[in-house]
Design a protein around this ligand. Structure first.
Ligand code: NAD
Length: 353
């Protein structure tokens, strides 16, 4: 299995190095994988002027999975738009055809106090949001702002085809099979025809998965239920816009951005795995960054792209043990716990593994 590693900018190289150490440990135990690094984002701009260079494109296309740190930083903010690090990120997502975004929101019992919600509401939460990434009102045509009847009118088009809905629904049902086998599909079918079709097609796909329980929820209720009783959900699947909003809401249930991994998958299960946070330029180079979101992204890679659920589970269990032992990086540190740096946190995960 070939993994393309893209450390990126800011804290990216520091946190990615810890995830690579974990994968290396699994390799020494017999997991067959090759890792090769390439440039993406600001570091690639510095090296050759292109945030997604040809060499990176070739490596990413040939790999079975891509592990990414983070890109961007103030150093590149004044560059023309096509040379910004974010262009590299959008470029690789588009190039690899990544249409499904998976964002787990897990609240480890030891970190329940980091949430702004009551510990009894979020403690033990384990939710996965599956968001469609390439369709919906964000890409639908026609769109624009024009003058009609003497005033400006803004308009966008919410559009989903049957095949787009079917493929994201399958990702959700497959993911549920690896979890508690429950899918909640979120739409606004009482008002929007595009989402009536969404509900109809998800219901059709459910027939192929008799072992997975399907429920439907309107998006306004889903937003409310996420803060009222988030533990009722296992897998939540929804379109691009609703998913954009609900996945950030779910992320904040956990209260700690340094803990959140994500996966973006293509039609064949190949994916790009990255932490939800950015390059944290304010702490870059200080050895303080929390590497756990990246290590947990590597675990998602093992599960979703490399077909190694056992190894994924071991990495996740190792992270849990480290948290239970009281070690914390600065972002999740509380009185009574032991503060450690990026490398020490990596050491601890390796030891627990
Ligand atoms: P950020 O996520 O980088 O940082 C927000 C805050 O969280 C900062 O205080 C930071 O120190 C802290 N933080 C983030 N990750 C952490 C970690 N692993 N451990 C400890 N603390 C952590 O968001 P931002 O400051 O808005 O953006 C900084 C740069 O990152 C920008 O250039 C932005 O464009 C880029 N960015 C990149 C991605 C990506 O690569 N996918 C995503 C978001 C932002």
């Amino acid at each position: 299995m070939k993994i393309c590693v893209l450390p990126g900018d800011g804290i990216g190289p520091e946190i990615t190095a810890q995830a690579v150490r974990v994968l290396d440990a699994l390799r020494r135990e017999g997991l067959v994988l090759e890792m090769e690094e390439a440039l993406l984002g600001g570091c690639a701009v510095d090296a050759g002027g292109d945030p997604y260079p040809e060499a990176t494109r070739r490596l990413a296309r040939a790999a079975d999975a891509v592990l990414l740190g983070a890109v961007g930083g103030p150093k590149w903010d004044a560059l023309p738009r096509e040379q910004r690090p974010e262009r590299g990120l959008l470029g690789i997502r588009k190039d690899l055809g990544l249409f499904a975004n998976l964002r787990p929101a897990v609240v480890y019992p030891e970190l329940a106090n980091a949430s702004t919600l009551k510990p009894e509401v979020v403690g033990g939460l384990d939710l996965l949001i599956v968001r469609e990434l390439t369709g919906d009102i964000y890409f639908g045509q026609p769109r624009g702002i024009e003058v009609r009847g003497g005033e400006r009118v803004g308009f966008n088009t919410m559009v989903y085809s049957e095949s787009e809905i079917r493929r994201i629904a399958r990702v959700a049902f497959e993911a549920a099979r690896k979890r508690q086998r429950r899918v909640c599909s979120v739409d606004k079918m009482n008002v929007l025809e595009a989402t009536q079709l969404w509900r109809d097609v998800v219901t059709e796909v459910a027939v192929e998965y008799p072992d997975v329980e399907l429920s439907h929820m309107l998006v306004d209720n889903a937003a409310m239920q996420l803060v009222r009783d988030p533990k009722q959900f296992d897998v939540m699947v929804t379109g691009n816009m609703f998913g954009d909003i609900l996945s950030d809401e779910a992320a904040m249930l956990t209260g700690s951005i340094g803990m959140l991994p994500s996966a973006s998958l293509d039609e064949n299960g190949k994916g790009l795995f990255e932490p939800c946070h950015g390059s944290a330029p304010d702490i870059a180079g200080r050895g303080q960054a929390n590497p756990l979101a990246t290590i947990l992204s590597a675990a998602m890679m093992l599960r979703y792209s490399l077909g190694q659920p056992g190894a994924a589970q071991r990495v996740e269990a190792a992270v849990k043990r480290v948290l239970a032992s009281g070690l914390r990086t600065a972002d999740i540190h509380e009185p009574g716990t032991t503060r450690v740096g990026t490398v020490e946190m990596g050491d601890a995960v390796l030891a627990a593994l």
